[in-house]
Design a protein around this ligand. Structure first.
Ligand code: UDX
Length: 462
């Protein structure tokens, strides 16, 4: 089938390569000439595992091409996927200007019986707006609206697109459904579940899914606060909860909270949409508040451990919003860096992929090439992103280069058992800290630290 994809961001590009991989003829288009120039040379504009290889394979097979000329991309298309950005405005409302511009282009250049599919995450009711623009500007164009939300995760995007948990299609005509079924035939034959519904339900389901995942994370972070006071371990609490299939273990990891391009924007957009209908959805405001509190809690731990932050040097390992990406948009690690800088600390960061992006976002941030360079002279080290390479830290080397032996684990990446006897003060999130046994100097034990992680004394909640 002939497919046009408008917008070559994360969702758009993955849509391009995966439909080409399924054997369709795909043209990707974007208003960003630099991006199109990179793509035509087979270079991915951002890091996503496997994406650049897939771009090269599919463009050299002739099934995928890129162009700045949206009119040319649309003229033959049987299906058009709208994958443009829908960023949040200051009040949380989704900014749909690019959606409207795209609808105008489709109205002018597409041919009859084109299926117009929203893949961008949009508030329920957006398809009605797109339909109106197509009717107003389409000069009698016969078209079929559909919604086909994308649930891919950065870092796992190609896998998620080719092996989806579910394919959701919101349609309003048999034609639209038939075209989408044919388009997804290879995945449907491989057993991917298809959920067919109306367009508004499909639109809302995407916001609901992301908001619910954010809610799980904020729940885990609220529990972490309680566990810290109660001397309990939030990781094991989450394991026990997650063993119940009605709850599920995923997205119950406490830490610095969620970031990235989707969760913050989608929680805000769903809240804004509900408010517009007269229902303020206060649960979502609390999800957002708890997410900010997660970062503040790590800053508070540093303040407690270091007394004054002014003049202290703090190393943050990991700057991306999660591992396996170079994306720093709404990164909790950077939010923490901002708080620390505002408190007068010097902040040095390192990240296997996101260092450049982080420096652009936060020029006051010092960069180091690796963990040990970052740790040099630091009064504390914080795990900001759970990159697997930070798991195997050489603790004795770190102790030699750091000013104070202090680690605050904002992602619960390290195993507390490994810290026992290391001489480090180790503060995880929602788990008992490991603190060196200083009684040795007073004639106590000689292993250099407590043999088991020592829970803090329960203290009353504020
Ligand atoms: C998300 C959705 O998972 C995906 O379905 C949607 O299409 C786009 O948004 P993504 O933004 O790539 O994907 O990131 P995801 O892997 O979901 O993680 C989001 C954030 O939550 C990250 O900052 C991550 O560190 C954080 N997180 C995740 C936690 O803090 N705890 C967890 O248990 C899980």
């Amino acid at each position: 089938m002939k497919v046009a994809v408008i917008g070559t961001g994360h969702v758009g590009l993955v849509t391009c390569v995966t439909f080409a991989n399924m054997g369709h003829d795909v043209v990707g288009t974007d208003v960003d000439s630099e991006k199109i120039e990179l793509l035509t040379r087979g270079v991915s504009p951002f890091y996503e595992p496997g994406l650049e290889e897939a771009i090269k394979t599919e463009t050299s097979s002739g099934r995928l091409s890129f162009t700045l000329d949206a009119a040319g991309a649309l003229v033959d298309a049987e299906v058009v996927f709208i994958c443009v950005g829908t960023p949040a405005r200051a009040d949380g409302e989704a900014n749909l200007v690019a959606m409207e511009q795209t609808a105008s282009q489709i109205a002018r250049h597409a041919h009859d019986d084109v299926v117009v599919v929203e893949k961008s995450t949009v508030p329920a009711g957006t398809a009605d707006r797109v339909r109106t623009t197509l009717q107003r500007e389409g000069n009698g164009l016969r078209f079929h609206m559909a919604s086909n939300p994308e649930f891919l995760r950065e870092g796992m995007a190609i896998h998620d697109a080719l092996e989806p948990d579910r394919i959701v299609v919101g349609v309003e005509s048999a034609w639209g459904l038939d075209v989408l079924r044919r388009l997804y035939a290879p995945l449907l034959e491989a057993g991917a579940p298809l959920i067919v519904t109306d367009i508004r339900t499909a639109e809302l389901a995407k916001h609901a899914s992301n908001a619910f995942l954010a809610l799980k994370i904020s729940f885990a972070n609220a529990l972490a606060r309680v566990c810290e006071h109660a001397g309990a371990d939030v990781t094991t609490v989450a394991d026990i909860m997650g063993a119940d299939p009605r709850i599920g273990r995923a997205f119950l990891n406490a830490g610095l909270g969620y970031g990235g391009y989707c969760f913050p924007k989608d929680v805000a957009a769903l809240k804004h949409l509900s408010e517009r209908f007269g229902y303020p959805f206060p649960l979502l405001s609390e999800v957002e508040r708890l997410n900010e509190e997660a970062v503040e809690a790590v800053a508070a731990k540093l303040r407690e451990a270091l007394w004054n932050l002014e003049g202290k040097r703090i190393a943050i390992l990991g700057l991306a919003f999660k591992p396996d990406t170079d994306d720093v948009r709404f990164s909790p690690a950077l939010a923490l860096a901002r708080l620390l800088l505002a408190s007068g600390a010097q902040v040095v960061g390192c990240d296997p992929r996101a260092a450049g992006g982080a420096k652009e976002e936060l020029p006051e941030l010092e960069l180091a090439n690796d963990v040990y360079e970052a740790a040099m002279g630091a009064h504390a080290l914080v795990i900001g992103t759970e990159w697997p390479e930070f798991r195997g830290l050489e603790l004795s080397h770190l102790r030699e280069v750091m000013t104070y032996p202090l680690i605050v684990d904002g992602r619960n990446l390290l195993d507390p058992a490994d810290l026992v006897g290391s001489g480090f003060w180790y503060y995880p999130t929602g788990r008992p800290p490991v603190i060196p046994d200083t009684s040795r100097a007073e004639g106590g034990s000689d292993d250099g630290s407590r043999s088991a992680p020592a829970p803090r004394q329960p203290t009353p909640l504020p």
